[in-house]
Design a protein around this ligand. Structure first.
Ligand code: T6T
Length: 327
């Protein structure tokens, strides 16, 4: 969907919502809070852009409030402050599957509808009547298991189907990156018997750490063939590590996420493939879903957004380049 049709879709949804409720969405000006995983990440900045487009079309006040790092310890106080402002709905990317359950229950208990975007709490299966984390109304995100499988296939192709690779990942307990690693390992085990997946390196979302880990793994495994960076900072750091080791183009890099820095690395040959998510669509559907709920409509409990696979052969195509994240 190009930018014009994306905006057109938002306006069309706004009209549909007005018709469905028999009233203009302007009758009450809703305030919707979007709490990202962290504020300075191009992925969430792009999500905010999509959310703002929907908010503008629907006459909603969007509040974007988050923490400076991807960590429940810093996200929970931000969430508490957001709940204290009593928005009409909260969209949030919870930074941990378990540690955000009780903090989010406070919002639910205060009557504030919760929708999780990008990441989930509990199992991500909401509105089932089972478990302690099914209270969010909806989960809007990429299919991260599938994304991990796509990354495995891309890396396998890049290294010719054999050799040693590893996953550069953030830390356990984050639904998205856990699922990407799960999908990656499942596809490697099922489809590529000649590839050995070494132990995962966890970098705490610190690209510098991911870069030194790459060099550490390479020092131990001189025949290292490739690395899968399971999110923006993991991928960027792993790519930097490959460059610092003087192995650009020799150790293959598949990146999850598509900020401009990764795209630049595709152009130089340092990164082979980037799996771009569609964060603007996640933000857009988040706001639309919240408004639909607030105006008395039912909403899907789960909405999946897609991927765009970027490499040297297609990165200059405008239909691909439009999915590069906003910085
Ligand atoms: O990969 C995205 C997001 O999907 C993930 O949950 C956390 O990391 C990113 O924000 C990229 O840094």
């Amino acid at each position: 969907m190009n930018r014009r049709s994306f905006m057109g879709a938002v306006s069309a949804v706004a009209v549909c919502l007005s018709l469905a409720t028999g009233a203009s969405a302007q009758d009450k000006k809703f305030t919707i809070a979007l709490v990202p995983g962290l504020t300075t990440d191009a992925f969430y900045i792009t999500m905010q852009r999509g959310a703002q487009a929907a908010a503008d079309a629907l006459g909603v006040d969007l509040v974007f409030q988050g923490a400076p790092d991807f960590n429940p310890v810093t996200q929970v106080p931000v969430l508490d402050a957001v709940i204290a402002r009593a928005p009409d709905a909260i969209l949030i990317a919870p930074t941990d599957t378990t540690q955000l359950i009780e903090p989010l229950r406070k919002a639910h208990d205060a009557g504030i509808p919760v929708i999780t975007v990008d990441t989930f709490i509990g199992t991500g299966k909401y509105q089932t009547g089972a478990g302690d984390a099914d209270f969010p109304l909806a989960y809007i995100a990429s299919d991260n298991v599938l994304g991990g499988k796509m990354a495995a296939r891309a890396l396998a192709a890049a290294i010719g189907g054999e050799g040693k690779v590893y996953v550069s990942n953030v830390k356990p307990g984050i639904s998205t990156t856990d699922q990407r690693e799960e999908g990656f390992k499942a596809a490697m085990a099922e489809e590529f018997p000649n590839i050995t997946v070494l132990e995962t390196q966890f970098n705490e979302n610190d690209a510098n750490k991911a870069a030194s880990q790459l060099q550490g793994v390479f020092a131990r495994e001189a025949d290292l063939k490739g690395v899968f960076g399971a999110n923006l900072f993991s991928a960027l750091g792993a790519a930097n590590g490959v460059q610092q080791a003087g192995k650009s183009g020799a150790i293959k890099v598949v990146a999850f996420d598509a900020p401009t820095s990764i795209v630049d690395n595709i152009k130089t040959g340092l990164v082979d493939v980037a799996i771009a998510q569609h964060p603007a669509e996640i933000g857009y559907f988040g706001v639309v879903s919240a408004v639909a709920h607030l105006t008395g409509n039912s909403i899907p409990v789960s909405i999946g957004t897609g991927f765009t696979v970027m490499d040297k052969t297609n990165i200059d195509n405008p239909d691909v380049a439009k999915y590069v994240y906003s910085d």
